[in-house]
Design a protein around this ligand. Structure first.
Ligand code: GLN
Length: 535
């Protein structure tokens, strides 16, 4: 008998209220009670996946083990739950339509007119149920992207309405809204919440629990009022006050009994409290750091906080592991030029050069590498950041004329970064990079090995270009060594300068695999190197 329970999280009033964090927090609390939980994001845009979206549009693109390019909320899910997500955890309207249209072309609909209801809604429901299939999970938490009332969200809300009927007591809806504070009158206002719930009700969905984002505590009167107007129990009005860090949210949600509300809704035993020991240990360290370090993050999307989301979170995890507060200051790579880069980078205790694509900002990134290398400042280069470290070394140490990446200059004389063989014939943009998890073997005498403490690792990728192995010997003789190599393809995954205090470039993305209870060894090693350098 199917027993998986489905929890839907919708949002109202405004976007960016933190549905992803609320979903991840509830999932964390249920997981900490011993349940198997997964989270899914349904995104109402027509891109098939966010892989082709500019970070300015949608923040970082998060990559899963199986190589899906997904929404950054999946990063939160993994960071909170410490379990891998996959392609099945991220679905967009584009993918839904693509699947339906493919079926139509195959003739699967037997001449029927293909419509939003039932064909699109059926496909949405199929994706939701597929994830929970065969009772693999006790709970599937599905976050519906967008805001209730948007045209784009309608098919999803309709699918939720239908699923309530199909799944009956195995289905629950949580609606997240905002209670704004009007400073002029000193009041919290519930009207937007009332309207938002009404919109949901008009679509045939009655929420079971309301989570209200607020800057100030909600008093009993407000909770009563919302319960009254919105058809929910007073206990089912949950306060979500702004907190210092997203990692406090599970604790706050536990105080508000969000997990108990879910269990009671499903007629399940509430039993003992969730075991949040590891989580609380992390928070303790996060809130009482012994050291403070300052890192420069050099990238070209610095105007947008979410563009380097996973890197920032990785520093929070690695900082806590080292009992250190890591201040990450964003530096626009285009602002670094020959006559100012030393002044701008002076005083930073570590430098990170970020992933990216294309020529814009490359010169500044190369100057940042040069500064870190020449001044013995701990350095981490990720993906394009690693490639910049290789180019900088080729230009300034090996003195190779016109050394570059083929990505930046197709005709350069010394393509120290070249296009991967398998990429040469690729013309389509979406989902065609080298994506997902690949193995890598480490050299024992390396910072990488000292960080990982194991010789065989697996890391996630998202790139088309690679270190050109023709140059490996030349680099190695001059002091830049390949310390991590893919055992099958021989692709260089890590470069280091052993003479330097800590200089590591990685072709993969360690930031995708850092979680609260499993901070990533590369970030932990980087932060540790900076602290040791300071002592
Ligand atoms: N643009 C580079 C490549 O495709 C690096 C990609 C990245 O930083 N994710 O190889």
């Amino acid at each position: 008998m199917a027993t998986t329970k489905y929890i839907f999280v919708t949002g109202g009033v405004t976007s960016s209220l933190g549905k992803g964090i609320i979903s991840a927090s509830l999932a964390k609390l249920l997981q900490a009670r011993g349940y198997k939980v997964t989270i899914q994001k349904l995104d109402p845009y027509i891109n098939v996946d966010p892989g082709t979206l500019n970070p300015y549009e949608h923040g970082e693109c998060y990559v899963t083990e199986d190589g899906a390019e997904t929404d950054l909320d999946l990063g939160h899910y993994e960071r909170f739950l410490n379990v891998f997500t996959s392609q099945a955890n991220s679905v967009t309207t584009g993918r839904i339509y693509q699947d339906v249209i493919n079926k139509e072309r195959r003739g699967d609909f037997l001449g029927k007119t293909v419509q939003i209801i039932p064909h699109i809604t059926d496909e949405i429901k199929r994706h939701v149920k597929l994830l929970g299939g065969k009772n693999k999970y006790d709970f599937v938490v599905t976050e519906i992207g967008g805001t209730v009332g948007d045209i784009e969200s309608l098919p999803y809300i309709e699918a939720v309405r239908q699923l309530r009927w199909e799944l009956r007591s195995r289905c629950m809806v949580i609606h997240l809204t905002l209670v704004p504070y009007l400073a002029a009158s000193g009041e919290l206002k519930t009207k937007p919440t009332q309207h938002s719930v009404k919109t949901l009700q008009e679509a045939g969905v009655q929420p079971d629990v309301l989570v209200l984002r607020t800057e100030h505590p909600l008093n009993s009167e407000i909770r009563n009022k919302v319960a009254n107007f919105c058809n929910v129990q007073k206990e089912a009005v949950v306060e979500s006050q702004d907190v210092k860090t997203i990692y406090e949210v599970p604790i706050e949600m536990q105080k508000e009994k969000l997990d108990e509300l879910a269990l009671k809704h499903f007629n399940m035993d509430v039993g003992s409290k969730p075991d949040l020991k590891l989580w609380k240990d992390f928070l303790k360290k996060l809130n009482a750091p012994k050291y403070n370090i300052k890192i420069a993050l050099v990238g070209k999307y610095v105007e947008l906080k979410d563009a380097y989301k996973s890197i920032n979170e990785s520093f929070i995890h690695a900082g806590a592991a080292n009992e250190t507060k890591v201040d990450v200051e964003y530096i626009h790579s285009e602002s670094l030029v020959q006559n100012n880069f030393e002044d701008i980078l002076k005083g930073f205790e570590g430098i990170i050069v970020t992933p990216g694509f294309g020529q814009r900002g490359i010169a500044g990134k190369i100057l940042a590498v040069k500064y870190a290398r020449e001044n013995n400042i701990p350095f981490l280069g990720i993906c394009l950041g690693m490639q910049c470290a290789v180019i900088e070394f080729a230009q300034n140490v090996l003195k190779l004329e016109d050394a570059n990446s083929i990505e930046m200059n197709r005709k350069c004389k010394n393509p120290v970064i070249s296009i991967m063989e398998e990429q040469k014939m690729v013309t389509e943009k979406g989902g065609t990079m080298r994506l997902g998890s690949y193995p890598c073997k480490l050299l024992r005498d390396s910072n990488a090995y000292r960080a990982y403490k194991t010789l065989k690792i697996n890391e996630r990728h998202r790139h088309r270009y690679e270190f050109n192995n023709k140059y490996q010997e030349m680099f190695s003789k001059a002091g830049m060594v390949a310390t991590g190599i893919n055992p099958e393809t021989k692709l260089v995954e890590i470069i280091e300068i052993p003479k330097h205090k800590w200089f590591v470039g990685v072709q993969f993305h360690p930031e995708y695999k850092s979680t609260v209870t499993n901070p990533h060894p590369i970030f932990v090693g980087f932060v540790k190197a900076i602290i040791e350098n300071n002592i």
